[in-house]
Design a protein around this ligand. Structure first.
Ligand SMILES: NC(=O)c1ccc[n+]([C@@H]2O[C@H](COP(=O)([O-])OP(=O)(O)OC[C@H]3O[C@@H](n4cnc5c(N)ncnc54)[C@H](OP(=O)(O)O)[C@@H]3O)[C@@H](O)[C@H]2O)c1
Length: 303
């Protein structure tokens, strides 16, 4: 039987006595979270639908809860990481009144709307609630480069900040529980856009049998150089001053068909390039040809 603790005890844990924590969900990410807590000396209770996934963590010192209720009751801090918010609802529903007095930190990927609704449901059941977004892959968990975004009330976050720091660099974005999901979706959008460009680039050079591994360092150098323009573009977006001395939308509009034609000539699709091409065309058609590329954010914003 697991020994229950209360939230007030959690607050008083010192660095020499790391606070106990429960992790619900032991997929690739949840297992990495539990491992990081264990590595940092936090007594860790785990639960997973497929119980076998607990075994490697139990071997490293975790306690395996037989039920969700047992897992939630075991500790004041409960970290949840499942595939979808629907799974979180389904799983936490089985815990009944046990959520009362617990702090739930939901690190499952979802939307701001889902996060806000989950916060309401959890608090209605007497829990304190933080939503979170993991900006890392499992091998990064526990390292400073793993950025973990949180949103929710500061007085809920603060007592657990030191414990959550075992997972990576924590950052509270604000009281609105939807903020972490909003930032996560924004950052993932930037990532997928970059990956899309990378795949298009590889598709092009592979038509001439250039190995991906040979070409990729050039992509990294090029994207790193281009990345330096982002703060300047952000300034233009915030001020609405889109005049450019670097590269106008008109210049990009004139050159873009070459990119499309080159792909077609090489027998490569242009699906990934079409959306950005359409935005450039529209921005120029609406009279913004002299502006820099940053003007496109206004066109991306339109539904
Ligand atoms: N992996 C990454 O690189 C990464 C990075 C950032 C964020 N995330 C997010 O972290 C979350 C988990 O990802 P993951 O990579 O750990 O996925 P995963 O390896 O597929 O694990 C999914 C977890 O959800 C559980 N689950 C799914 N449906 C369930 C249900 N109906 N009832 C109970 N449990 C259920 C699974 O239990 P079973 O083991 O029983 O199937 C497992 O514990 C996702 O929201 C993901 O987007 C992942």
């Amino acid at each position: 039987m697991l020994v229950p603790t209360t939230d007030t005890k959690e607050h008083s844990m010192s660095e020499n006595h790391p606070a106990p924590v429960t992790v619900i969900g032991l997929g690739l990410m949840g297992a990495a979270l539990a491992e990081a807590f264990l590595r940092n000396g936090h007594p860790t209770t785990v639960w997973n639908r497929s119980a076998a996934k607990a075994a490697p963590l139990v071997a490293k010192g975790a306690a395996n809860a037989a039920t969700v209720t047992e897992a939630v009751t075991a500790n004041a801090l409960v970290v949840v990481c499942l595939s979808l918010y629907d799974n979180v609802d389904e799983v936490l529903d089985t815990a009944g009144d046990a959520l009362d007095g617990r702090t739930i930190v939901n690190l499952t990927n979802g939307t701001p709307r889902q996060a806000r609704a989950m916060a309401e449901r959890a608090t209605a059941r007497g829990a304190r609630y933080l939503d979170g977004g993991i900006m890392a892959v499992p091998p990064m968990i526990g390292q400073p480069a793993a950025s973990i975004l949180y949103s929710g009330p500061e007085d809920v976050y603060e007592p657990h900040r030191a414990t959550l720091a075992a997972l990576g660099t924590p950052r509270l974005l604000g009281a609105d529980p939807g903020l972490a999901a909003l930032y996560e979706m924004a950052l993932l959008s930037a990532m997928y856009g970059m990956f899309g460009g990378f795949y298009q680039a590889l598709a092009l050079v592979r038509t001439e049998d250039v190995p991906a591994a040979e070409f990729t360092p050039m992509v990294v150098t090029w994207l790193t150089a281009m990345m330096h323009s982002l703060p300047r573009q952000a300034l233009a977006i915030d001020t609405g001053e889109y005049a450019t001395e670097v590269s106008s939308l008109a210049t990009n509009q004139a050159a873009f068909p070459n990119l499309v034609d080159a792909s077609r000539d090489q027998g490569v699709g242009v699906r990934l390039m079409e959306p950005i091409h359409a935005l450039i065309e529209r921005a120029v058609a609406e009279g913004h040809g002299e502006d820099g590329l940053a003007r496109l954010v206004e066109f991306a914003e339109r539904p």
